[in-house]
Write a protein that binds this ligand. Structure first.
Ligand SMILES: Nc1ncnc2c1ncn2[C@@H]1O[C@H](COP(=O)(O)OP(=O)(O)OP(=O)(O)O)[C@@H](O)[C@H]1O
Ligand SMILES: [Mg+2]
Length: 581
């Protein structure tokens, strides 16, 4: 699975990888030369006194060593380069995938988890390509070559030595089996650790405000300790097998000296051949030792690759419609037809029906948790309704082009998010080509221009991550300006002026009146003052519309709306006098 997957990324580099493997093959072949030469020095130069051969033998040894080094350098470079290329591509794919995923995914996946996949797991995948692949090939070829050479040199001794290797193989496979689950555990724990750190940093203000540093340190220590334990547990499996594998490798040495010595003494093997054997010993030993590490790293790769693949395979529930009804522009009439919605089992909206025409303002009011934000999220298709249907300009929104739909809607959401960019950059986020005048106009409409002008750097002021350095009301107004600049057909303001004082709010709403003229506007608010001019007010409670009408109609009904009104304005007369005054 993991190998098939990684192959799709490596394939474009197929040729250069092949070249790399050929270089591995050549250097492995060259590694066979020197032990032979050492044997020849003993047999020909020392024993047979052919001293004139010495210089040529040494020359051959020096040259092969040089060529080997150059070859090794070349293929290491090749694999490193390929791994960086693949690394970049996978990173890109993950990032692009994240852009397609919807609210549902981000509700269920923690930022720390996703970050862990993009860092630690990706690194394990890269390491596999940069190092493990050629090491496996290098060790396998060296081992095979060496065994062949040994058989050519002296078959009985070779047979004796090679007989030990399957035992090592057996333990290596056992090791692999036992160590694999520990790697998965390590990756899981790493994600958890990441999440704790990420949430601690994002939530540092809450931590400080509640003086919970100690608690946070404890929480971190718990996860950190668990991470250490998981690593130790893995190392324990490892250290159970390593001595066995090492001992088997060393026993080769003993076997060679013992059996080889006897063969030399009884004359069926020359001393030079024994020297050659000794020279090949590392070529048998090394691969056996490496088997452990390579299995280790391959398991690590598999564990990580599965995590990365899981992320790449996540599918958004809301998919852009392939054969969408083509339209150039959305006018903005919105119709809810018996809409119901639930997050999983929890029913949040029930039987919502209403119609809003372009130019109209629909206000939604109701207690917290009533489902107001959810209702507006459905218009943007952040979630699909589970019952009924929503029509925009008469078309079911599920039949519309998702991009066009979202481009035609601008929303200032309840929880404001600002990018670490200039104020100007944040306002122009939806309209990158906006001119300075347009940006200032939007800021003016949103009641933000005044406070922005008081900043030393004005619109070029950088707002930190999450908009540090701005008040809640200031952030809200920048978010409002961002939505207004987009000049959408449908405008959604979710509690956008809740942190703004009533006077500023009043000013904003009256300057927006002309702006609303050709748009369908939805306003969620808790203050009667921000909704009373709406063409239609929906009162939502526990996911149902309990009252519906204009301000005057709702007051006449003397229901929920009336009681909220009474709470906010005392009695009616004082409200009138306030208005007049
Ligand atoms: N992602 C979610 N998963 C599960 N339940 C959710 C989710 N988001 C909201 N809810 C639930 O849906 C209900 C309606 O939430 P919603 O955010 O629409 O309320 P609201 O009317 O906007 O409230 P407020 O005035 O506080 O903003 C709540 O009971 C809430 O617990
Ligand atoms: Mg809400």
């Amino acid at each position: 699975m993991s190998f098939k997957w990684i192959w799709t990324y490596i394939r474009p580099y197929g040729l250069i990888m092949l070249l790399g493997l050929v270089l591995v093959l050549i250097t492995s072949g060259l590694a066979m030369v020197n032990p032979f030469m050492s044997g020849m020095i003993v047999d020909k130069v020392i024993e047979a006194s052919q001293t004139h051969l010495l210089w040529s033998i040494i020359a051959v040894m020096v040259i092969t060593t040089l060529v080997k080094s150059v070859g090794r350098y070349a293929y290491q470079l090749i694999f490193e380069t390929v791994s960086q290329g693949v690394f970049k591509k996978i990173r890109e794919d993950i990032y692009n995938k994240i852009q397609t995923l919807d609210f549902d995914f981000f509700n269920k996946n923690r930022t720390g988890d996703i970050m862990a996949k993009m860092t630690g797991d990706m690194e394990a995948v890269r390491h596999f390509i940069a190092w493990v692949i050629y090491m496996v090939f290098e060790n396998a070829t060296i081992f095979i070559f060496a065994v062949t050479m040994l058989f050519i040199t002296n078959a009985p001794l070779a047979l004796f030595m090679v007989a030990i290797t399957p035992v090592t193989g057996f333990f290596a496979v056992r090791l692999a089996k036992e160590v694999k689950p520990t790697f998965f555990a390590i990756r899981e724990q790493f994600s958890r650790l990441n999440t704790v750190v990420q949430e601690n940093i994002s939530g540092n203000r809450v931590v400080k405000a509640f003086a919970k540093e100690g608690y946070e340190i404890e929480k971190f220590e718990r996860e950190n300790e668990a991470y250490r334990e998981k690593n130790v547990a893995s190392a324990q499996v490892w250290s159970k097998f390593l001595p066995i594998i090492d001992a088997l490798a060393s026993s080769l040495m003993v076997a060679m000296i013992l059996v080889g010595g006897i063969l030399v003494i009884n004359g069926s093997m020359s001393l030079g051949e024994l020297v050659t054997f000794n020279g090949f010993l590392w070529a048998l030993n090394n691969p056996m030792r490496m088997v452990g590490w390579l299995i280790n790293d391959t398991q690590r790769f598999v564990a990580s690759a599965e995590k990365v693949m899981g992320l790449l395979e996540s599918e958004p529930k809301i998919t852009p419609n392939e054969d969408a009804v083509q339209k150039d522009r959305i006018r903005g009439s919105v119709e809810f037809c018996h809409v119901g919605f639930s997050y999983g089992d929890e029913k949040v909206l029930e039987d919502i029906s209403f119609t809003a025409e372009p130019g109209q303002t629909v206000a939604i009011i109701g207690p917290t948790g009533a489902g107001k934000s959810t209702l507006l999220n459905l218009i943007c298709r952040f979630y699909d309704c589970t019952e009924g249907a929503i029509y925009i300009d008469g078309t079911d929104i599920r039949q519309m082009d998702l991009k066009l739909l979202r481009e035609s809607i601008a929303s200032a959401m309840q929880d404001v998010f600002l990018f670490s960019d200039t104020i100007e950059g944040n306002i122009a986020y939806g309209v990158p080509g906006a001119t300075e005048e347009q940006i200032q106009w939007a800021a003016q409409m949103a009641g933000a221009h005044e406070f922005i002008s008081t900043f030393e750097e004005g619109y070029d002021t950088i707002v930190g991550e999450r908009g540090v350095g701005l008040s809640g009301g200031q952030k809200q107004r920048i978010a409002l300006a961002r939505a207004l600049l987009k000049n959408p057909s449908i405008l959604i303001l979710d509690d956008t002026t809740s942190s703004v004082d009533s006077e500023t709010e009043h000013r904003i709403h009256s300057s927006l009146k002309s702006y609303y003229r050709d748009k369908t506007t939805f306003i969620i608010a808790h203050r009667i003052s921000s909704v009373k001019n709406a063409d239609m007010i929906l009162v939502l409670d526990e996911g149902r519309i309990i009252e519906q009408g204009t301000h005057d109609e709702l007051l006449a009904q003397k229901g929920y709306y009336y009681s909220v009104f009474q709470n906010q304005f005392g009695d009616f007369d004082s409200f009138i006098s306030k208005e007049v005054g």
